[in-house]
Design a binder for this molecule. Structure first.
Ligand SMILES: [Zn+2]
Ligand SMILES: [Zn+2]
Length: 385
């Protein structure tokens, strides 16, 4: 069972107040866990129930009125899409990918001429619909993949919106508009884009569409996983609520079992002492026998050897040691980031791989990793502990 209650709604004012205490892990007023954004030093944000910081990640899609006055069978359209970053605190948003999917067609990736979108700025993209083969209401789904970055960390999210475009039959310009839809919204997050109506309203001097039409966006967590932006293949996710269980450590060398509770969401592991003793680490890595430190062997472990943290619903390791480390039998250099999987063995000492290791075991429930066991092994025999 998770020791930390789950956040079921967005954090309240009380939670933001409580988060000002950098040590706080719970809101003392409503009892919700405090999950800070990785960029909390810049944004002051807390993650919502879906694990996203709404201060840093505030994309908006809208459609400009455009120049088309009607759409008929056989025609096509370049939708004048505006992509905006509504972050109020100066945090840039990175637009990684944009996809459009028509009624029956496969999703098509749209070429982007920009990636970084500074806060409160807007970029324009021409979304080609392809030829309309039939009259009627055509549906287009637009998926946008955005990223927020902080130092070497990056979280990616996918948002989706649906646009419905009424297409008139071929023939003379006197059209009977079958789609007596006046609202821009027809529910289910779908927005109607009707250039004919926009044109008529403009001619009649109605200023309805002087402003771009804002599209309703939803987080697309299934797409995030199926497109490989979040989680593991096989539809498995490690969340910020996943418990980390520390086994085989000497007393005081590992944190309490439970979700990562540090201010930054990152755990530092290495030879140096832990933060409560005035050190730099959260997990102390030493080669010990019956509580006795083997100083000679331990000196090869770097003061800060690697970091562990959760990013994009995966448990990640970042190598910090100049000497690198082995993951299973593969060497990795400083600065490399690797997603850890069930059964992985982290071997900090490349030259003495069996001197100390950390075995990673996932315990899953449905499609979420409930607990991750991190088991320290010292001077074990054989190739694989
Ligand atoms: Zn609260
Ligand atoms: Zn944030």
């Amino acid at each position: 069972m998770n020791q930390m209650a789950r956040l079921t709604s967005s954090p309240g004012k009380c939670c933001f107040k409580a988060s000002l205490d950098r040590e706080a892990t719970f809101c003392d007023e409503c009892g919700s866990p405090i999950q800070r954004c990785m960029a909390t030093d810049e944004c002051g944000g807390l993650l919502d129930a879906a694990g996203c910081c709404p201060v840093c990640v505030a994309p908006e899609l809208s459609l400009d009125a455009g120049s088309a006055s009607s759409i008929k069978v056989g025609g096509s359209l370049a939708l004048p899409l505006l992509v905006s970053n509504n972050s109020p605190v100066g945090r840039p948003l990175f637009v990684e990918e944009l996809w459009i999917k028509g009624d029956d067609s496969e999703p098509r990736q749209v070429d982007l001429t920009f990636q970084r979108l500074n806060s409160e700025s807007t970029a324009e993209v021409g979304l080609r619909t392809g030829v309309f083969e039939t009259a009627g209401l055509h549906r287009f789904d637009v998926h946008i993949v955005v990223a927020t970055r902080y130092l070497w960390r990056e979280e990616r999210y996918v948002f989706t919106t649906a646009i419905a475009i009424p297409v008139d039959p071929e023939g003379p310009s006197e059209i009977v508009q079958n789609y007596n839809i006046q609202a821009d919204e027809i529910g289910a997050g779908m927005t109607i884009y009707n250039p004919t109506r926009i044109q008529k309203e403009r001619e009649a001097g109605i200023a309805t569409h002087a402003e771009p039409i804002r599209l309703t966006m939803r987080r697309a967590d299934t797409l995030e996983r199926s497109l490989g932006h979040r989680g593991y293949t096989g539809n498995l996710a490690v969340t910020k609520y996943t418990d980390l269980i520390w086994q085989g450590f000497d007393p005081g060398h590992a944190p309490l079992d439970g979700p990562i509770r540090t201010q930054t969401g990152v755990l530092g592991l290495g030879r140096a002492s832990n933060a409560p003793e005035g050190g730099m680490n959260d997990v102390r890595l030493l080669i010990t026998h019956d509580g006795e430190i083997d100083e000679e062997a331990s000196v090869h472990i770097s003061r800060r050897h690697f970091h562990l943290f959760i990013e994009n619903d995966r448990l990640l390791l970042r190598v910090e040691s100049q000497n690198g480390l082995l993951l299973n039998d593969t060497p990795w250099r400083r600065g490399k980031m690797i997603a850890l999987k069930d059964g992985d063995v982290i071997r900090p000492l490349v030259s003495r791989p069996n001197a100390i290791a950390l075995k990673v075991l996932f315990e899953t429930q449905h499609d979420e990793v409930d607990r991750i066991i991190l088991k320290r092994l010292v001077d074990f025999a054989g190739d694989r502990p």
